[in-house]
Design a protein around this ligand. Structure first.
Ligand code: PHB
Length: 391
């Protein structure tokens, strides 16, 4: 016997309501699944480990929960290998079914992650990779960065170098997105300030065969060299630059990645180097002092900028989860809160631009002992131009 239509609809509505309630309930219980896609091997391995440590430290300081929910971790070693990136991010999205992706260090890998996050509408927090397009043409409500755009520290260094009176500069980097964008940002400000970049040198990532390029720098005798390298490659480059005797004749500038987390290994070769970055080890604020103490106690090692970026990635996720009391189904409220947050970072407080990138002070630092020491604010509250971002 057919039931009257009204009854059918009532039943249907009740069932739908019950399902919705169940759905919301299911979304708000159990752990939030966080998928780290980071380099755990290769030239950026220490950066990946620092990011994970920083992220977990913040969660641990909150008693292991964000927005009232436990956090469950998954991880994939992306090897800083763009050709494997789509497969690797697929493991976290499809196999592990993570709620949030956290990664990565390498811009080329991060661009593939951002594409996959957009296609699957997965939340993505980028704790390092500066690829300008991620908070430019590829920007999206589900993507936010806790670190920097490649343009930011580079642009600040271009201004500092020009202000110091350098006229002729040579740039040197790995030829992939981060290196190219870093050089572009430096050149933009340096040439605006009256300088001229006379030559761009590069080599394939993650190569460290610098000798021929250093010989060319010595022959050209510029007023300054601007270099983008990081991790293991930065250690080798700074040491080779000094071993060639160039550090006595031509100042070596760079974004702070050139000397961050690397000073112990670089030793005398890095002493006195000036770099620009959104963090300095010895910022004497209660927030930074507490963070560094907590990090050192937990991990028996000193924090660096990558640890800060991981820590702040967790703070941004916490802002989102707190706003919805852990209910991931309230997606719009969650992502809005992740944009509205003022992050109380060890680097100093910062906001997030509409495109999803930190608006932050860029410091001039000097390498002294094992610290990148604060010297001055190179540019205050620097916002990435977010070229091409339409939201
Ligand atoms: C990047 O690929 O965007 C990148 C890698 C390492 C850094 C900074 C930027 O230290």
């Amino acid at each position: 016997m057919r039931l009257p239509l009204r009854l059918n609809l009532t039943h249907l509505a009740t069932a739908t309501l019950a399902l919705a309630a169940f759905g919301a309930h299911a979304q708000a219980t159990g752990p939030v699944k966080v998928g780290f896609m980071l380099p755990y091997t290769g030239t950026y391995a220490s950066l990946g480990n620092m990011i994970e440590s920083g992220f977990k430290l913040y969660v641990q300081e909150q008693g292991g929960k964000l927005g009232g929910r436990e956090i469950q971790y998954f991880k994939v070693d992306d090897e800083s290998e763009p050709s494997k990136a789509t497969d690797n991010v697929g493991k976290l999205i499809k196999r592990d079914n993570v709620d949030v992706l956290v990664g990565t260090v390498h811009s080329g890998v991060a661009l593939a992650m951002a594409k996959a996050a957009k296609e699957s509408n997965t939340l993505l927090i980028i704790p390092n990779a500066g690829a300008d397009a991620i908070t430019g043409a590829m920007c999206g409500a589900n993507i936010v960065r806790s670190s920097f755009s490649n343009w930011q520290p580079a642009y600040a260094m271009g201004k500092v170098a020009a202000d110091k009176g350098a006229k002729k500069a040579i740039t040197i980097t790995w030829n992939y997105a981060a290196g190219a964008e870093s050089v572009k940002g430096f050149t933009e400000a340096f040439e605006k300030g009256g300088g001229k970049v006379v030559k761009d040198l590069n080599l394939p990532f993650p190569g460290v065969e610098f000798q021929a390029l250093l010989t060319e720098i010595a022959a050209q005798k510029p007023d300054a060299v601007y270099a983008f390298f990081a991790g293991g490659g930065a250690v080798k480059f700074v040491k080779d630059y000094a071993a060639a005797g160039l550090n006595k004749a031509i100042p070596l500038y760079g974004p702070g990645f050139l000397t961050d987390g690397t000073l112990e290994a670089q030793g005398a070769a890095a002493q006195g180097m000036l770099t620009t970055l959104h963090y300095a080890d010895n910022l004497d604020t209660p927030r930074n002092n507490a963070f560094r103490k907590s990090f050192a106690l937990t991990y028996k090692s000193q924090a660096d900028v990558y640890a800060v970026q991981g820590y702040d990635a967790a703070q941004i996720l916490a802002a989102g989860l707190n706003a919805v009391k852990g209910d991931l189904s309230k997606r719009d409220a969650l992502t809005a809160a992740m944009r509205k947050v003022v992050v109380d970072s060890p680097r100093g407080k910062f906001t997030i631009s509409p495109a999803g990138n930190p608006v932050q002070d860029i410091y001039l630092r000097e390498a002294r002992g094992n610290n990148n020491e604060y010297r001055s604010i190179a540019i205050k509250a620097l916002a990435d131009p977010a070229r091409g971002c339409k939201l």
